[in-house]
Design a protein around this ligand. Structure first.
Ligand code: ADP
Length: 415
């Protein structure tokens, strides 16, 4: 029985999907997480406690629990520890240096630039530096972003020096907040400034095998992402772009994978296309996040998680194909800050033709925060149909049925 190690930063849905997929595939699954204090041993397993801020110590703990046939990281933060552990155990996996470059937007841009990939103008400044210096250097319009966060958190567009200063102050406050400081990541002391790349945006899901990228799916993002914040909403696959544009996107992503040094395992990339070409915004050394993987179903209804696990233990997955038809997801944005009270219209939304599921993940009483400070969604809408147009329409129709009740949160005294 192949043994897989799942290194996870959450004990939520995605981790459970991986564990379930491992069981179904007949693999023995060991979980490592930094959430042991909140874990009620959900699968009757004993999770191994790790600390992502101590990657070498945690690597040794995990290596001692080996041998494993494969290692998979769930979400962004565990990717480095997973890579370090795979390295000492001699398991084919993305190398730690490549994964570190994926997790640092400055390092990634440098790698792309050295490899001759098109990059926006970019520079990095400390959050302790004078914002006016950054504003004086910035190419407008520009984007300010934290180096080490994900999911568009903290990413803001500025069209002029005034907007730059406002965005800088907001980002400094976010990076100084308790939950970001608790991550203790050095790159969270920095802000990256990049010239704004106009264009339409896409996401590519893929697996790298011995350095070669295979793209599993290209997602169109039909809602414009022009700022000032960059909220993901709809993802639809297959792409409606021309064969040529799709090929160019795959080639650009493949070059980015090589530039970063990624060699073995899943990747998720974000790219922009405009008349100047295709620009790789970033490549993450992990699969698509959260519940969104549900949009991808392969032969025999195999979920993405199982495909990744099989790949991780060295199985040949080159013959596995994505199911026919179109599918998509809407990540339901948080319209305003407050306390989530509930939703009306779910029943009606789930009856919209081609809608597969409405998954509301916000919990009643939960404090919610929109972008750029927030890091979550209210939930997800899934649709599957014959055409991408139909999928997009179904997602929009279903979203229009939902009415969210969000109460105003009272400020807590003394904070
Ligand atoms: P994250 O890892 O938080 O997702 P990204 O660097 O991918 O950070 O940025 C998030 C989003 O912000 C992108 O998907 C894109 O919509 C937008 N964005 C980031 N950088 C740029 C840029 N230079 N030009 C235009 N849009 C950008």
């Amino acid at each position: 029985m192949p043994r897989v190690l799942l290194v996870a930063a959450t004990t939520g849905y995605q981790t459970r999907m991986f564990a379930d997929a491992a069981r179904r595939a007949g693999f023995d699954c060991t979980l490592a997480t930094d959430r042991c204090h909140v874990l009620e041993d959900p699968w009757g397993d004993h999770a191994i406690a790790v600390r992502f801020e101590d990657p070498y110590g945690s690597r040794d703990t995990l290596a001692a629990a080996g041998p494993f046939n494969g290692i998979v990281a769930v979400a962004d933060r565990p990717t480095y520890l997973a890579a370090l552990t795979a390295e000492v155990l001699g398991i084919p996996h993305h190398p730690p240096a490549a994964v570190a470059a994926c997790r640092d937007k400055y390092l990634a841009r440098q790698r792309f630039q050295s490899a001759g990939l098109p990059v926006p103008e970019f520079f990095r400044i400390s959050i302790d530096s004078a914002p006016s210096e950054g504003a004086a250097r910035a190419p407008f319009p520009c984007v300010l972003k934290p180096l080490g966060l994900s999911g568009s958190r903290g990413v803001m567009r500025a069209n002029d020096a005034g907007e730059f200063l406002a965005a800088f102050a907001r980002l400094r406050a976010l990076l100084g907040s308790r939950d970001v400081a608790a991550l203790r990541e050095a790159q969270n002391r920095y802000i990256q400034v990049e010239s704004f790349i106009e264009g339409r945006e896409f996401a590519l899901e893929g697996v790298v095998t011995r350095g070669e990228l295979r793209v599993l799916a290209i997602f169109d993002k039909p809602d414009p992402l022009d700022g000032p914040f960059f909220e993901e909403t709809i993802y639809v696959t297959p792409s409606r772009e021309s064969e040529t544009t799709q090929r160019t996107m795959m080639e650009a992503t493949s070059r980015a994978v090589h530039a970063l040094g990624l060699t073995q395992g899943p990747i998720h990339a974000e790219v922009r296309a405009n008349p100047d070409g295709v620009w790789v915004l970033e490549v993450a050394a992990r699969p698509i996040g959260g519940l969104c993987a549900r949009t991808l179903r392969f032969d025999h209804d195999m979920p993405l998680e199982e495909l990744i696990l099989r790949h991780a233990v060295g199985e040949d997955i080159s013959g596995v194909r994505l199911r026919d038809g179109a599918s998509g997801v809407m990540m339901i944005p948080i319209p305003k800050a407050g306390i989530y009270r509930g939703v009306e219209g779910s029943e009606k939304a789930s009856q919209v033709r081609d809608v597969e599921e409405i998954a509301i993940t916000a919990k009643e009483g939960q404090k919610i925060l929109p972008l750029p400070e927030g890091a979550s969604y209210l939930g997800f809408i899934f649709a599957r149909a014959d055409s991408p147009e139909r999928v997009e329409q179904a997602l929009r129709e279903a979203h229009a049925c939902l009415r969210f009740e969000i109460a105003t949160a009272l400020p807590v005294a003394g904070r």
